[in-house]
Ligand binder design. Sequence first.
Ligand code: 9D3
Length: 254
Amino acid sequence: MWCGVVTLFPQSFSAIQDYGITARAIKNGLLTLKTWDPRDFTVDNYATVDDRPYGGGPGMVMMAQPLRDALAAAKQAAPSRPRVVYVTPAGKRFDQQTARKLAMNSEPLIFIAGRYEGIDHRVIEHDVDEQLSIGDYVLSGGELAVMVIVDALTRWLPGALGHNQSAVNDAFSEENLGLLDCPHYTRPASLAGVDVPPVLLGGDHQLIARWRKKQSLGQTWLHRPDILQKLTLDETCQKLLAEFQKEIVKEEPL
Ligand code: 9D3
């Protein structure tokens, strides 16, 4: 997967280039991540990348020329015709399904990360194929959003995750119906008097799978009822959730 980023803060991408699963994907050649800085494409003595908005008002706007020249250089370097994605609070919400589609599509991607109040609108009209937001909160720029998106994409690339892990087993996958993960435990079996659920120590793998499914349903019911509402639970799941709910009342009586 080939990703280019047009950004005024190329160094900030060391967060995904130098650490963790994304760094390993780059080392192993599964992911290529390159940056272009509009400041390197300025033509004035002050290397100006922003200007005051026409019509007045607060803040600055990223100028079209350095941005478009950086974008043109990125397009030249792409291995085939890339999809240009502008990350913006006004974009369509990025989710796990979008991550999967973009990763599976194997089309080169160029992300534009904005700063200030945004970019000259003509760049959006002329050069941008798709606009994405990562959620309803205000960031200081597009860089973190691009990194979130590239990280989520990378997890879908075959071979990017270690050993028996796979994106298919993750939270929000098809296999677990998009339910939240079950609780996890490791040694010691007793910690300050709090024990690991005995079923996990028993070695009955069918019983463990049943417990985990029940906990997933229960955690989703507790923390993300919106997810549960969109699902039609089969009879087994309904029964497991009812058990969880009964046990919660038992453990925490008013
Ligand atoms: C005053 C209006 N603001 C829009 C809500 C202006 C503005 C705020 C923050 C313009 C750009 C930004 C910087 N944010 C991003 O570039 C961004 C973002 C975000 O802030 N939240 C969620 N997803 C994204 S993707 C890019």
